[in-house]
Design a protein around this ligand. Sequence first.
Ligand code: NAD
Ligand code: UGA
Length: 458
Amino acid sequence: MNFGKNILCIGAGYVGGPTMAVIAMKCPEYKITVVDTNEDRIKAWNSNHLPIFEPRLEEIVGQTRGVNLFFSTDIKNSIKEAEIIFVSVNTPTKTFGYGAGMASDLQYWEKTAYQIIENSEDPKIIVEKSTLPVKKAQAMERILKESKNHLHFEVISNPEFLAEGSAIRDLIEPDRVLIGSHQTESGLKAAIEIVDIYAHWVPREKIITTNLWSSELSKLVANAFLAQRISSINSVSALCEKTEADVSEIAYAVGTDSRIGSKFLNASLGFGGSCFKKDILNLVYIARNYGLTEVADYWEMVIKINEYQQERFVRNIIKAMFNTVVDKKIAIFGFAFKANTGDTRESPGKYVAKKLLEERAILSITDSQALDNARLDLAGMDGNVIYETDPFKAAIDASAIVVVTEWEIFKYLDYERIFEKMKKPAFIFDGRNILNHQQLFKIGFNVYPIGKPSLTHF
Ligand code: NAD
Ligand code: UGA
């Protein structure tokens, strides 16, 4: 088949895989190839057991794979053939050297620039899909300028705003698509090419075009604003627990102000995920580098409140259980950093599990998608951990249930039956405020929500 455009994505992860699957579905005339250095990941993308779980992902990959969507480890040839290359590699927080613990580790991203110049025979458009510090396209351009054939590579920024668990919906119906380019003739021309891809299914008014640096920085700022809302409501939850105010009532009352809005005001045991923390740390690092101490301190507090919230949650568990959890079985409901994903990166569940294991509790962890990752995360310290797919079984003989992920299924369990099988007094710590607390209290549980008065029988 003759394809209209040859698009490559370097990086077959949580962003690269779903994004390219949706582009393939919406643009059947384009050939889309996704490459990765990780052979196992590519094998999984080519199998019936995809490497990541996202609602509807299997169905879309099933329709497009082998038709106009291809997963491959042949990076060299794929680069050679591509006209447009999306770079969607990981950009984690640096763990070594200057900027360790704050700055982005750009080694994977930079390697792709060298792969591109070594294997290109024609000019290409390079699209930054990874989240990067502002002004990073400049570094990419400087490396690409060293191409042996003096090829021109136009660098475009097209950050991704999808959230895990709703990736496909977010890609099909995005609030906006952001495309940043140099405001030069070739920059604007390249931007139009990328606009054309999305315009297959995204209304034009939702496709925002800006200069390169605004686009790069908008991505970090969007994540910082989202995380800031969670830290704001979580800080209020601590105050609620001291004053008998109810954080859900406050979130509703405050969120109905249309200037504030109701989303992202669910108090929790803290936010997780691979990006909020790393992107805010990156923003803080950049601000410090420019000598903007107050700006850096301001955003750093978002992270500090998140750490405080997680720690506070664990401390509350231990305090409520008479200051010791030694040899007590505790059922951990969920492990993923949010519902509808198997991803456990920076999951508050991981933090809670590690802290309770340090306190010598016995854990039974139940999660419908994240048990494989949980095993990896707790490797070497899971002598006292049982991994259990059935929440009911996980709770047998447990003294407490700790809800760390807001999976729908946890709302509809038969808690009377569960209560009967648990050790008494039985506790529930609802780190997501998803359960019916009054009903649980009536059953006999001692109930500890976030940011609401606890309901106890003592
Ligand atoms: P990921 O770790 O799941 O995937 C990245 C992939 O890139 C890995 O499979 C890795 O093997 C591959 N890779 C690294 N270097 C390579 C190279 N030189 N050649 C070929 N493959 C290479 O990461 P992710 O979650 O998909 O995130 C990717 C980027 O998107 C990050 O910058 C992240 O901040 C951003 N982002 C992530 C999300 C999300 O929900 N996960 C959402 C928006 C933006
Ligand atoms: C987030 C952003 O929402 C995406 O727009 C962005 O593209 C992505 O980061 C990224 O750059 O990686 P994601 O981390 O997948 O997406 O998931 P979110 O829905 O934002 O949730 C993040 C964390 O905040 C989760 O642990 C979630 O449980 C928690 N959360 C969310 C709350 O505690 N309260 C809320 O009200 C909302």
